[in-house]
Design a protein around this ligand. Sequence first.
Ligand code: HEM
Length: 156
Amino acid sequence: MRACGPSRREALDNLVFTRAVVNEALRLYPPAPFMGREALDRDDLAGRRIEKGTQVLIAPWIVHRHRRLWDDPEHFRPERFMPPKDRDIPRGAFIPFGLGPRICIGRGFAIQEILAVLATILPVFHFRLLDPQSVVPQARITLRPAGGMPMIVTPR
Ligand code: HEM
């Protein structure tokens, strides 16, 4: 397999559209589709009283598909993550890695890893889904395609 060259970091930084595609995939199919919190004390959340001990569920799956936050939310449109358009994305609208003090510490690494894998295999192999209609997302702790995503892989 081919590596992406001596200046690997710079090469990954140049994959602006690939990064946008990855972000759009993380928007529509967030690997952590919901996160839980327990209220340590009484609080108000968007005008709603939260009692101490209440379990609060934050669902990136729903936030990422909210019509007030996203144009055409159900459609795969990586362009929304292309600079400078990505600056229009409101804070808190895109939370595949969470937000605030407990935000994923591996997020930078995860994105670099995804880009490195894509940059390594996509120039060499072509992937075709056997049956695009059969891909059904399934939420357990993480989100996954139920039954996997069987593909035909051919050398380019
Ligand atoms: C696409 C890949 C990944 C996604 C979508 C993801 C998502 C998340 C999310 C949503 C949280 C916050 C959970 C919460 O607030 O309840 C989290 C936390 C965390 N993630 Fe990731 N993660 C990814 C990859 C990684 C990697 C590669 C590492 C380590 C190298 C990592 C390490 C952690 C750790 C240690 C926390 C806990 C941080 C804390 O509680 O202070 N994650 N991740």
